[in-house]
Design a protein around this ligand. Sequence first.
Ligand SMILES: C[S@@+](CC[C@H](N)C(=O)[O-])C[C@H]1O[C@@H](n2cnc3c(N)ncnc32)[C@H](O)[C@@H]1O
Length: 253
Amino acid sequence: MKKVPGGRRRWVALIVLAAAVVAWAVLSYGPVVAFHLLPPTLTGEADRLAALIGAEPGRTIAEIGAGDGAFSIAIARRLEPGGTLYSTELDPALLRRIQRRAERERAGNVIVVAAGEASTNLPEACCDAVFMRNVYHHIADTAAFNRSLRRAVKPGGLVAVIDFPPRSFAHLDRPPAGTEGERNGHGVSARTVAREMERAGFVAERIVEDWGGRTYLVLLRAPGGPAEESGHQPTERPAFALRACPSDWGTRS
Ligand SMILES: C[S@@+](CC[C@H](N)C(=O)[O-])C[C@H]1O[C@@H](n2cnc3c(N)ncnc32)[C@H](O)[C@@H]1O
Protein backbone atom coordinates (compact mmCIF):
# COMPACT_ATOMS: atom_id res chain seq x y z
CA MET A 1 0.00 0.00 0.00
CA LYS A 2 1.19 3.49 -0.83
CA LYS A 3 2.19 5.50 2.23
CA VAL A 4 0.48 8.91 2.70
CA PRO A 5 3.00 11.44 3.98
CA GLY A 6 2.24 12.81 7.51
CA GLY A 7 1.97 16.44 6.34
CA ARG A 8 -0.60 15.55 3.71
CA ARG A 9 -2.60 13.48 6.19
CA ARG A 10 -2.80 16.50 8.51
CA TRP A 11 -4.09 18.65 5.62
CA VAL A 12 -6.76 16.09 4.74
CA ALA A 13 -7.84 15.93 8.40
CA LEU A 14 -7.99 19.72 8.58
CA ILE A 15 -10.07 19.97 5.40
CA VAL A 16 -12.49 17.29 6.63
CA LEU A 17 -12.81 19.10 9.97
CA ALA A 18 -13.39 22.47 8.28
CA ALA A 19 -16.02 20.93 5.98
CA ALA A 20 -17.77 19.41 9.00
CA VAL A 21 -17.79 22.78 10.81
CA VAL A 22 -19.15 24.56 7.71
CA ALA A 23 -21.84 21.87 7.23
CA TRP A 24 -22.83 22.16 10.92
CA ALA A 25 -23.03 25.97 10.70
CA VAL A 26 -25.08 25.91 7.49
CA LEU A 27 -27.48 23.27 8.81
CA SER A 28 -27.86 24.96 12.22
CA TYR A 29 -27.95 28.62 11.26
CA GLY A 30 -28.84 28.62 7.53
CA PRO A 31 -32.60 28.45 8.08
CA VAL A 32 -32.38 31.07 10.85
CA VAL A 33 -30.37 33.48 8.69
CA ALA A 34 -32.66 32.86 5.70
CA PHE A 35 -35.75 33.55 7.82
CA HIS A 36 -34.38 36.92 8.90
CA LEU A 37 -32.98 37.96 5.52
CA LEU A 38 -35.77 36.85 3.20
CA PRO A 39 -38.76 39.18 2.74
CA PRO A 40 -41.62 38.35 5.17
CA THR A 41 -43.92 37.73 2.20
CA LEU A 42 -41.61 34.98 0.96
CA THR A 43 -41.27 33.17 4.29
CA GLY A 44 -45.03 33.29 4.97
CA GLU A 45 -44.41 35.42 8.08
CA ALA A 46 -46.49 38.32 6.75
CA ASP A 47 -49.49 36.01 6.14
CA ARG A 48 -49.28 34.49 9.60
CA LEU A 49 -48.93 37.86 11.31
CA ALA A 50 -51.76 39.40 9.25
CA ALA A 51 -54.09 36.56 10.29
CA LEU A 52 -53.11 36.86 13.94
CA ILE A 53 -53.55 40.64 14.31
CA GLY A 54 -56.46 41.04 11.90
CA ALA A 55 -54.71 43.01 9.15
CA GLU A 56 -57.77 43.60 6.97
CA PRO A 57 -59.04 46.38 4.72
CA GLY A 58 -59.95 49.53 6.63
CA ARG A 59 -57.92 48.72 9.75
CA THR A 60 -55.18 50.90 11.27
CA ILE A 61 -52.00 49.10 12.27
CA ALA A 62 -48.55 50.30 13.36
CA GLU A 63 -45.13 48.72 13.13
CA ILE A 64 -42.60 49.92 15.71
CA GLY A 65 -38.93 49.91 14.70
CA ALA A 66 -39.64 49.02 11.08
CA GLY A 67 -36.01 48.81 9.92
CA ASP A 68 -36.04 48.90 6.11
CA GLY A 69 -39.85 48.96 5.99
CA ALA A 70 -40.36 45.68 4.09
CA PHE A 71 -42.72 44.26 6.71
CA SER A 72 -44.64 47.55 7.03
CA ILE A 73 -45.37 47.60 3.33
CA ALA A 74 -46.36 43.93 3.25
CA ILE A 75 -48.93 44.59 5.99
CA ALA A 76 -50.01 47.96 4.51
CA ARG A 77 -51.08 46.18 1.31
CA ARG A 78 -53.56 44.09 3.33
CA LEU A 79 -55.18 47.21 4.84
CA GLU A 80 -56.27 48.61 1.47
CA PRO A 81 -58.70 50.06 0.76
CA GLY A 82 -59.30 52.49 3.55
CA GLY A 83 -56.71 51.33 6.10
CA THR A 84 -53.51 52.95 7.36
CA LEU A 85 -50.12 51.61 8.39
CA TYR A 86 -47.94 53.72 10.70
CA SER A 87 -44.29 52.78 10.31
CA THR A 88 -42.06 54.05 13.13
CA GLU A 89 -38.28 54.16 13.47
CA LEU A 90 -35.70 55.71 15.77
CA ASP A 91 -32.94 55.88 13.16
CA PRO A 92 -33.27 58.92 10.86
CA ALA A 93 -31.50 57.14 7.95
CA LEU A 94 -33.99 54.26 8.19
CA LEU A 95 -36.90 56.70 8.38
CA ARG A 96 -35.79 58.15 5.03
CA ARG A 97 -35.35 54.63 3.64
CA ILE A 98 -38.88 53.59 4.65
CA GLN A 99 -40.30 56.78 3.12
CA ARG A 100 -38.44 56.19 -0.16
CA ARG A 101 -39.51 52.55 -0.22
CA ALA A 102 -43.18 53.43 0.37
CA GLU A 103 -43.00 55.95 -2.49
CA ARG A 104 -41.19 53.54 -4.82
CA GLU A 105 -43.64 50.73 -4.09
CA ARG A 106 -46.61 53.12 -4.24
CA ALA A 107 -47.81 52.23 -0.76
CA GLY A 108 -49.82 55.42 -0.29
CA ASN A 109 -51.35 54.29 3.00
CA VAL A 110 -48.01 54.19 4.87
CA ILE A 111 -47.37 57.04 7.33
CA VAL A 112 -43.76 57.23 8.52
CA VAL A 113 -43.34 58.33 12.17
CA ALA A 114 -40.14 59.38 13.95
CA ALA A 115 -40.21 57.42 17.22
CA GLY A 116 -38.70 58.44 20.56
CA GLU A 117 -36.59 56.08 22.68
CA ALA A 118 -39.42 55.59 25.17
CA SER A 119 -42.34 56.94 23.19
CA THR A 120 -44.03 55.53 20.12
CA ASN A 121 -45.07 59.07 19.03
CA LEU A 122 -48.21 57.48 17.59
CA PRO A 123 -51.55 59.31 17.83
CA GLU A 124 -53.71 58.54 20.86
CA ALA A 125 -55.87 55.39 20.43
CA CYS A 126 -55.01 55.24 16.74
CA CYS A 127 -54.43 51.55 16.26
CA ASP A 128 -56.43 48.36 16.01
CA ALA A 129 -53.11 46.52 16.32
CA VAL A 130 -49.39 47.23 16.75
CA PHE A 131 -46.51 44.90 16.03
CA MET A 132 -42.76 44.96 16.45
CA ARG A 133 -40.11 42.50 15.37
CA ASN A 134 -36.74 42.17 17.08
CA VAL A 135 -37.16 45.62 18.63
CA TYR A 136 -38.41 45.10 22.19
CA HIS A 137 -35.04 43.85 23.47
CA HIS A 138 -33.47 47.16 22.36
CA ILE A 139 -35.76 49.24 24.54
CA ALA A 140 -34.19 50.40 27.79
CA ASP A 141 -37.08 52.13 29.56
CA THR A 142 -39.70 49.50 28.86
CA ALA A 143 -42.08 50.85 31.53
CA ALA A 144 -42.35 54.28 29.85
CA PHE A 145 -42.37 52.74 26.37
CA ASN A 146 -45.17 50.30 27.25
CA ARG A 147 -47.29 53.07 28.79
CA SER A 148 -46.87 55.04 25.57
CA LEU A 149 -47.77 51.95 23.54
CA ARG A 150 -50.87 51.41 25.66
CA ARG A 151 -52.05 54.95 24.82
CA ALA A 152 -51.69 54.27 21.08
CA VAL A 153 -53.81 51.09 21.06
CA LYS A 154 -57.61 51.23 20.86
CA PRO A 155 -59.58 49.48 23.62
CA GLY A 156 -59.63 45.80 22.72
CA GLY A 157 -56.74 46.27 20.26
CA LEU A 158 -53.85 43.85 19.86
CA VAL A 159 -50.08 44.04 20.26
CA ALA A 160 -47.77 41.41 18.77
CA VAL A 161 -44.16 41.33 19.99
CA ILE A 162 -41.80 39.15 17.96
CA ASP A 163 -38.42 38.73 19.61
CA PHE A 164 -35.85 36.15 20.65
CA PRO A 165 -34.64 34.85 24.00
CA PRO A 166 -31.06 35.60 25.06
CA ARG A 167 -28.77 33.24 23.11
CA SER A 168 -25.56 31.49 23.99
CA PHE A 169 -22.69 33.98 24.19
CA ALA A 170 -25.39 36.52 25.11
CA HIS A 171 -23.42 37.38 28.24
CA LEU A 172 -20.85 38.98 25.92
CA ASP A 173 -23.48 41.40 24.68
CA ARG A 174 -25.02 43.46 27.44
CA PRO A 175 -28.73 44.31 27.58
CA PRO A 176 -29.77 47.99 27.58
CA ALA A 177 -28.86 49.85 30.80
CA GLY A 178 -31.50 49.59 33.50
CA THR A 179 -32.94 46.27 32.33
CA GLU A 180 -30.40 43.90 33.87
CA GLY A 181 -32.83 42.67 36.52
CA GLU A 182 -35.18 41.32 33.88
CA ARG A 183 -32.75 40.43 31.08
CA ASN A 184 -29.82 38.14 30.64
CA GLY A 185 -27.83 39.39 27.67
CA HIS A 186 -28.90 40.24 24.12
CA GLY A 187 -32.52 39.23 23.68
CA VAL A 188 -35.45 38.98 26.07
CA SER A 189 -37.62 36.09 27.15
CA ALA A 190 -41.27 35.87 26.14
CA ARG A 191 -42.27 35.71 29.81
CA THR A 192 -40.43 38.97 30.53
CA VAL A 193 -42.16 40.68 27.60
CA ALA A 194 -45.55 39.45 28.81
CA ARG A 195 -44.87 40.45 32.43
CA GLU A 196 -43.56 43.93 31.55
CA MET A 197 -46.45 44.65 29.21
CA GLU A 198 -49.02 43.41 31.69
CA ARG A 199 -47.67 46.03 34.11
CA ALA A 200 -48.71 48.64 31.52
CA GLY A 201 -52.25 47.26 31.45
CA PHE A 202 -52.15 44.81 28.54
CA VAL A 203 -53.45 41.27 28.93
CA ALA A 204 -51.20 38.53 27.55
CA GLU A 205 -53.31 36.18 25.44
CA ARG A 206 -50.84 33.72 24.02
CA ILE A 207 -47.25 32.96 23.17
CA VAL A 208 -46.28 31.34 19.88
CA GLU A 209 -42.99 29.74 20.85
CA ASP A 210 -41.74 28.78 17.38
CA TRP A 211 -42.59 31.81 15.27
CA GLY A 212 -39.58 31.19 13.01
CA GLY A 213 -35.85 31.89 12.91
CA ARG A 214 -35.65 31.09 16.64
CA THR A 215 -38.07 33.89 17.44
CA TYR A 216 -41.30 33.76 19.46
CA LEU A 217 -44.41 35.93 19.27
CA VAL A 218 -46.25 37.29 22.31
CA LEU A 219 -49.81 38.42 21.62
CA LEU A 220 -51.40 40.87 24.05
CA ARG A 221 -54.67 42.74 24.15
CA ALA A 222 -55.60 46.15 25.51
CA PRO A 223 -58.55 45.88 27.87
CA GLY A 224 -61.97 47.27 26.91
CA GLY A 225 -63.57 47.29 23.50
CA PRO A 226 -66.88 45.85 22.32
CA ALA A 227 -66.13 42.25 23.34
CA GLU A 228 -65.33 43.13 26.96
CA GLU A 229 -68.09 45.74 27.35
CA SER A 230 -70.74 43.19 26.34
CA GLY A 231 -69.11 40.53 28.53
CA HIS A 232 -68.65 38.50 25.35
CA GLN A 233 -65.40 36.82 24.35
CA PRO A 234 -64.96 35.85 20.70
CA THR A 235 -65.69 32.13 20.42
CA GLU A 236 -64.22 31.26 17.04
CA ARG A 237 -60.85 31.12 18.76
CA PRO A 238 -60.22 29.91 22.29
CA ALA A 239 -59.75 32.55 25.00
CA PHE A 240 -56.32 31.39 26.06
CA ALA A 241 -54.67 31.93 29.33
CA LEU A 242 -50.99 32.65 28.70
CA ARG A 243 -49.81 29.52 26.95
CA ALA A 244 -47.78 28.31 24.05
CA CYS A 245 -49.35 27.65 20.66
CA PRO A 246 -47.97 26.19 17.45
CA SER A 247 -46.66 28.75 14.99
CA ASP A 248 -49.34 28.06 12.39
CA TRP A 249 -52.08 28.94 14.85
CA GLY A 250 -53.05 32.17 13.12
CA THR A 251 -53.41 30.52 9.73
CA ARG A 252 -55.54 27.55 10.75
CA SER A 253 -59.27 27.81 10.25
C1 LIG B 1 -32.89 44.54 14.93
S1 LIG B 1 -33.65 45.88 14.10
C2 LIG B 1 -35.16 45.15 13.53
C3 LIG B 1 -35.70 45.86 12.32
C4 LIG B 1 -36.99 45.24 11.74
N1 LIG B 1 -38.06 45.31 12.71
C5 LIG B 1 -36.76 43.81 11.30
O1 LIG B 1 -37.33 42.89 11.90
O2 LIG B 1 -36.01 43.62 10.35
C6 LIG B 1 -34.21 46.92 15.45
C7 LIG B 1 -34.75 48.25 14.97
O3 LIG B 1 -35.47 48.87 16.03
C8 LIG B 1 -35.22 50.26 16.00
N2 LIG B 1 -35.55 50.78 17.33
C9 LIG B 1 -34.89 50.57 18.49
N3 LIG B 1 -35.54 51.17 19.52
C10 LIG B 1 -36.64 51.76 18.99
C11 LIG B 1 -37.72 52.52 19.53
N4 LIG B 1 -37.78 52.84 20.83
N5 LIG B 1 -38.69 52.96 18.69
C12 LIG B 1 -38.63 52.66 17.37
N6 LIG B 1 -37.63 51.96 16.80
C13 LIG B 1 -36.65 51.50 17.60
C14 LIG B 1 -33.78 50.36 15.57
O4 LIG B 1 -33.47 51.61 15.01
C15 LIG B 1 -33.67 49.22 14.55
O5 LIG B 1 -33.93 49.64 13.25
